[in-house]
Design a protein around this ligand. Sequence first.
Ligand SMILES: C[S@@+](CC[C@H](N)C(=O)[O-])C[C@H]1O[C@@H](n2cnc3c(N)ncnc32)[C@H](O)[C@@H]1O
Ligand SMILES: [Zn+2]
Ligand SMILES: [Zn+2]
Length: 427
Amino acid sequence: MSFTPAEPQYLSAKRLYNPRSHSYNDSWHPSFAGTFVSHLSIQPGQHVLDLACGTGLVSFLAANIVGPSGSVVGVDVSEGMLAQAIARKEREKAKFPQLQFHNHDVLDLDSLESLEKESFDFITLASAFVLFPDPKAALKHWLRYLKPGGIIALDVTHPQNLAFGNVIERVANRMRVSIPYYRQWVKSEDSLKEILEGGGLAVQKIIRIDNQAGYGKRLFDVSEADDVFEKNINGEATKDLGASATVKDKAKEIFRDEWSKAAVDGKVGEVDTVFLGIAQKEPDTSAPSVAFTGGCRCGGVRYLSTIPPEETVYCHCSACRKLSGSAFLPWIECQTSSIEFIVRSTLQTLRLSEVADRMFCNVCGTPISMTYKAKPHYTSLTMGSIDDGSVRCIIPPVKLHIFLKEKAPWMVLPDDGASRYDEFSSN
Ligand SMILES: C[S@@+](CC[C@H](N)C(=O)[O-])C[C@H]1O[C@@H](n2cnc3c(N)ncnc32)[C@H](O)[C@@H]1O
Ligand SMILES: [Zn+2]
Ligand SMILES: [Zn+2]
């Protein structure tokens, strides 16, 4: 059992983490952040919200993966921790234009105006979930920022992780003194599963991560209660319990009692383990399903189409030949309304004539689309830009060869049964 803390949670976080910020990265946390991210399937072009990002350990790793066409937003309330993150971004400026940091309380994201609801593919919260007094309410708040079908990843400590911390939390609860750790609800990895499922999520995995801090397993003797208490009580999180002699004596007495209750066969065990939960928000089944996807070579342009292509056309005009560097350019014709550019950071218009607009990627040069002014409801996509593994996409056999009057003289037309036109087809 815990109770409403006297000090607002975000102030406790500042008090705990501002003084630690300079040395925070000289710890097991960088290695843990690497392990944490390695369990996630973040893709180039995706959008990641890294909550309680601290010095940005997870944020920088995620930013490397999403690349320039994606984005990562890190939010932390501790100015000290965030200063470390911002200093690294400044040092490596050119590398991380897709990364932003905000100094803000993650329990009050609604007042962070730049953050859009349902806009993130991933929400990450590394080494922080046990800092929140009401984990269910916190989860509910954060999930509003996740896209339907998006993933949230967060970890909690094993119930025997850090024996002193675990026992002192019970002491504090008995004395009705608040300390800024809320771990008592974690009885086993199932507790994390239950809280994620209670939030309406489909749990994909609960991963046990051992030996991050490097102590593996330790056993303390039940007789070590006083030593353990004295050694740790003046830490930032618990120093209220050691402040006056009267409070301290009472705390020590209750500590002995709780310590002995935690002992099995005269030993209090400590286990260097956390549980990482990965869970998915329900996908939006009312959204139109995706027939196929595609994009340019570098990832700066990505599109999807909700319906399969209608017609396949090979254009032999000199513009298509030059732009593709080939004998002709295969196009698939689609309804403009079915196509959505989901990443368009490098998409640029090319107007070679008054009759049509072409689009291409201005970084890698991939030709992407063409729309005739006279037929705005149809857009042709370059067949080569469709993703190889694009599901449910049946590319129709070639129906038309057009602009044969500009055909390369060395090109021998295949006997494919397709209609042939000097210019446009008649339809
Ligand atoms: C152990 S650190 C983890 C930092 C980072 N996620 C990592 O993996 O290294 C916990 C972080 O949670 C932050 N934090 C705690 N409560 C917060 C709140 N209400 N809003 C924003 N950040 C908070 C602290 O400031 C601290 O930086
Ligand atoms: Zn590109
Ligand atoms: Zn052409």
